[in-house]
Design a protein around this ligand. Sequence first.
Ligand SMILES: [Zn+2]
Length: 130
Amino acid sequence: MKYESDIEKMEVALEQAKLAYENDEIPVGAALFNENDELVVSDHNRRELDQDPTSHAEILVLKAASKTYKSWRLEGSTLVVTLEPDPMCAGAIVNARVKRLIFLMRVLSFFLKNIFQHLQIHLQLLHLYH
Ligand SMILES: [Zn+2]
């Protein structure tokens, strides 16, 4: 299945963020797509579940994709994240040579109330400006 638009891609990450929320994790979701716009892997923040400070959605997705490709070089891929990556994940994204990064909201917006209401607003904005 192809996810041709950024919005379709973001909806996959958003579903993952909802799963994280349902599991009492900080609701962040990520998804990685190959150069043909096919979904390679998606995951969400699992810091509480794993009791691991590095179990951010982006790191988990990069690790799983590297396993799939048997390569740490994820050239040509697009990473979609619901939240602006923090410094740890930004470093990993650069190191993995991800071609494109799309994120839905900046960190400051994230800490406002009604997180999913804000995510929906941002998704609508993405629709508007796409
Ligand atoms: Zn992170």
